[in-house]
Design a protein around this ligand. Structure first.
Ligand code: BES
Ligand code: MN
Ligand code: ZN
Length: 529
């Protein structure tokens, strides 16, 4: 929905919702223009602000829904949950417009997150329901800023929210669409529609062209399905005149369904594997948003799309593939298919002479074992890149946690017959996958891998995300593109021309600030570079 900000109470009819931390007087830290009304509402309802407490109060100063945030400051997941629930509940009463008020336990960074959150809080996926849910979600929200946040702090988030939300919605819709309606060709078609709408050129390589490219991994993974693989290339070039600040290639895993292939998965929750294309959807959503907000960096999105099914034509365990970069891979397990398609896409990225490659993939179940649903796994040998990505995650509430990609793990992939196997045994499954990918990264190019298997979709509501595709990573990557490829005043390390052969000596994440999300932000983040 549409989001605006205000510092005073607007005229007109609203459904008013206040988010307040627990206190003797929960209204004490509320925005001044509504403080009195809220104090009356709290008194009338006995509202204390306890976590998940919800109260309604009608006073002579108007009606309010009061939502408790507990003893603060509330975490991003708590706020996200409170906001989504409130918007969903409000929807039952068919309000057109919401008025949202936050107290000053909310700082500028969190307010930016909440603005994006509010803008997408009305998301529903009901294409397959014969009868839609009762009530209709609100169409717009006016946010009253707390006194702790200035208009300048959030202006850009408000301005860019429509582009962000539309791209995110596109990605989530594709993820939630079942695989009978979304094969590789369907994904390509949907990307084509969106690309034309926003005006980015899109190339689609069909199976013949994929063969010509020598992409043995993509071909093998797609060979079991009647629906052939495709390879997508989208390209956002900054407008002439606005000096481009570099090139980043985003690579997304696009398995429209992952049965495991001949190494078939157990039946329980195999249906979740319709989400195995969320990496591809995420990087294309980033591309579309980057174009719509005119980011001054060239963004190339690559997506190898295939369906991993067992059949008489499927790839077998024991098969040896020759990949695009000439290396050979023994397929130990056809369920480790993501790394096979990504390998070819990573090596294809060399065509764009990128400064940075970031891949996004629902790659391993092991990352769920390690990190659960609370963050994505980040793997990169580059400390600067790790720091920038982790910081972008803190800024957007899409957190990353770094795992090593030391060459020590390379031994796990040793094959008797080929250059490597596509699996590395039971231990360190997430890292083994990353070490495999690293073999295909063009030499000398900075690269980071995001394993989003634990966060790209959720089976049930969690941490304020609804069940289904989350779109995790879109906000984070857009933030990263903005900060990594702009000249930041305080940094003084010439981010203007990234990747120009400077030795990487930074001691990495944790040096500048902790990953707890409460550390001090560097300043100047919000400035348009
Ligand atoms: N798409 C899966 C990973 C996955 C698991 C995503 C659970 C989301 C939720 C991936 O293709 C896969 O099957 N990985 C295997 C690798 C193994 C065979 C080395 C895994 O994690 O079990
Ligand atoms: Mn698999
Ligand atoms: Zn998979």
């Amino acid at each position: 929905m549409k989001v605006e900000i205000t510092e005073s109470v607007p005229r007109g009819r609203f459904q008013s919702i206040a988010f307040l931390h627990e206190a003797k007087d929960p209204a004490a830290r509320a925005p001044e223009c509504v403080r009195e009304a809220l104090a009356a509402a709290c008194r009338a309802s006995g509202f204390r602000g306890r976590d998940r407490e919800v109260a309604g109060a009608r006073t002579e100063k108007g009606g309010w829904v009061l939502v408790g945030l507990g003893r603060g400051p509330a975490t991003v997941p708590t706020l996200r949950r409170a906001l989504r629930r409130a918007v969903r509940d409000a929807g039952k009463h068919d309000p057109d417009r919401l008025l949202l008020a936050f107290d000053n336990g909310v700082d500028a960074r969190v307010m930016r997150i909440l603005i994006r959150e509010a803008a997408q809080a009305d998301y529903q996926f009901e294409q397959y329901k014969s009868r839609p849910r009762a009530g209709s979600p609100p169409v717009s929200a006016v946010v009253i800023l707390p006194s702790s946040v200035g208009r300048k702090d959030v202006e850009r988030s408000v301005r860019e929210a429509p582009a962000f939300v539309e791209s995110l919605r596109w990605a989530r819709d594709l993820g939630n669409t079942p695989s009978n309606d979304l094969g590789p060709g369907d994904f390509a078609r949907e990307a084509g529609v969106a690309a034309r709408r926003v005006g980015v050129p899109l190339r689609v390589l069909d199976r013949r062209q994929i063969e010509k490219e020598g992409m043995g991994g993509v071909l093998a993974v797609g060979s079991g399905s009647a629906r052939p693989p495709v390879f997508l290339i989208g390209d956002h070039r900054p407008p002439r005149g606005s000096r481009s600040r570099g090139t980043v290639v985003l690579v997304g895993k696009g398995i429209t369904f992952d049965s495991g292939g001949i190494s078939i998965k157990p039946a329980a929750s195999m249906g979740e594997m319709k989400y195995d294309m969320m990496g591809a959807a995420t990087v294309f959503a980033c591309l579309f948003a980057a174009k719509r907000i005119d980011l001054p960096v060239r963004v190339v999105a690559l997506a190898p799309l295939a369906e991993n099914l067992p059949s008489g034509t499927a790839c077998r365990p024991g098969d040896i593939l020759r990949m695009r970069n000439g290396k050979t891979v023994e397929v130990d397990n056809t369920d480790a298919e993501g790394r096979l398609v990504l390998a070819d896409a990573l090596s294809y990225a060399e065509n764009f002479r990128p400064d940075v490659i970031v891949d996004v993939a629902t790659l391993t179940g092991a990352v769920l074992v390690a990190l659960g649903h609370e963050c994505a796994g980040l793997m990169t040998p580059d400390n600067d890149l790790a720091r920038d990505l982790v910081e972008a995650g803190e800024e957007t509430g899409e957190r990353l946690w770094r795992l090593p990609v030391w060459q020590d793990y390379r031994a796990n992939l040793k094959s008797e017959w080929a250059d490597m196997k596509n699996t590395g045994g039971r231990n360190a499954g997430t890292i083994n996958a990353a070490v495999f990918l690293q073999e295909f990264v063009p030499p000398g190019v900075k690269w980071a891998h995001l394993d989003v298997a634990g966060v790209a979709h959720l089976e049930k509501e969690h941490a304020g995300y609804d069940a289904g595709a989350t779109g995790f990573g879109v906000a984070l990557i857009l933030e990263f593109l903005r900060t990594h490829f702009s000249v930041s005043p305080g940094r003084g390390d010439g981010k203007k021309s990234p990747g120009k052969g400077k030795p990487q000596t930074s001691s990495g994440i944790g040096k500048r600030r902790t990953s707890s999300g409460n550390g001090k932000r560097k300043t100047g983040n919000d400035r348009k570079a």
